[in-house]
Design a protein around this ligand. Sequence first.
Ligand code: HEM
Length: 395
Amino acid sequence: MHTFPMARAASCPFDPPPQLKDLQEEAPLTRVELWDGSTPWLVTRYDEQRTLLQDPRLSSVVTRPGYPSPAPLRPGADSIGFILMDDPEHMRLRRMVTAPFAMKRVAAMRPAVQRIVDSLLDDLLAGPNPVDLVEAFALPVPSLVICELLGVPYADHDLFQAHSRNLVSRSVSPEDRGASFGALNEYLTGLLDKKAAEPAEDVLSGLAARVTAGELTRREAAGMGVLLLIAGHETTANMIALGTAALLEHPDQLALLRSSDDPALVGSAVEELLRYLNITHNGRRRSAVEDIEIAGETIRAGEGVIMANDIGNRDPAIFDNPDDLDLTRAGNRHVAFGFGIHQCLGQPLARLELQVVYSTLYRRIPTLRLAAGLEKIPFKHDGSVYGVYELPVTW
Ligand code: HEM
């Protein structure tokens, strides 16, 4: 039996581990062994992943028996917003924050996001060369945007970025992850109290008002704030840096993107990079609350299930030449944002940020290139979100 997660091939840091491809060819579901000796199901094919992600007999609650945790649970692991809850609790809370992340509201933010990107690039071009693109650009873009939307002071970015980094790392001890969660929770609780006293036009003020109205507890509001703050910057930052590394390794595709004025191409480029890189590479994790029959197998109540979306996004039954990065790919129904009730709440925002970044960065710096060989780049193999710790670039 294979242990999960598997290692990527050193020569192909943008591809899922080669064993996943073999397992996908063999069967849609297979058993794997985790760090704690448990043997959950690994779902490798796209169709079965989508079917299961819509199945209410699968639970996201990490403390349920059989939940296939990626690492020892940190203290208070179940208190991070609604991402680890089931309906109806999940929907009760998610509904309270859908409006600010809806497509129309987010579309109105395009000029503000463009200004943020332009101003960071002005600074980058005026600063040292080579530079680490993660610190100078990839991390600040989504951090500034989510701070603005939530009403979190960007001046505190060192604090929340460091704790977020700990929380999504498998190599940090459960105690240290628990401490980071505690620190972020305390920070958000403090901010919510301030917003209750002095409301502004932002998401945290909206949550604070609901606490005052008795619709939400302080603890629930803080957990939601932590979730939105982490999910709002960690993921997109990794897509910016890893996407840039992938494009620099595919110069023909980069040239296409740089030379096109067509917003449709920028849109399809974003979808294709999301599919190809699938940065949430540890799989969507669930446990069965009832027996489920699928693809000739029975998932028993109490067993863990992991949907490996990275290999699902490379399923040849769905995507032609799935291992090619093809920015013109049409009808790209990838599962990089998940599927079903937990499908990413922030996807309109992530898409907008990535569209602005990918259509601006390589035009303003047409000679952008890596300042170190790919083999020297520190990839986040130990993170629940894949990416690079640093991306030294020059121009
Ligand atoms: C490229 C960037 C992003 C990627 C690849 C991504 C990916 C995902 C995935 C795969 C899920 C599903 C989790 C599951 O099924 O267990 C998810 C959920 C979520 N994402 Fe994102 N995300 C991104 C950006 C964002 C942004 C910018 C926000 C803004 C706050 C955000 C907020 C959320 C929230 C709140 C959930 C939980 C939804 C729920 O449980 O109902 N994400 N994301």
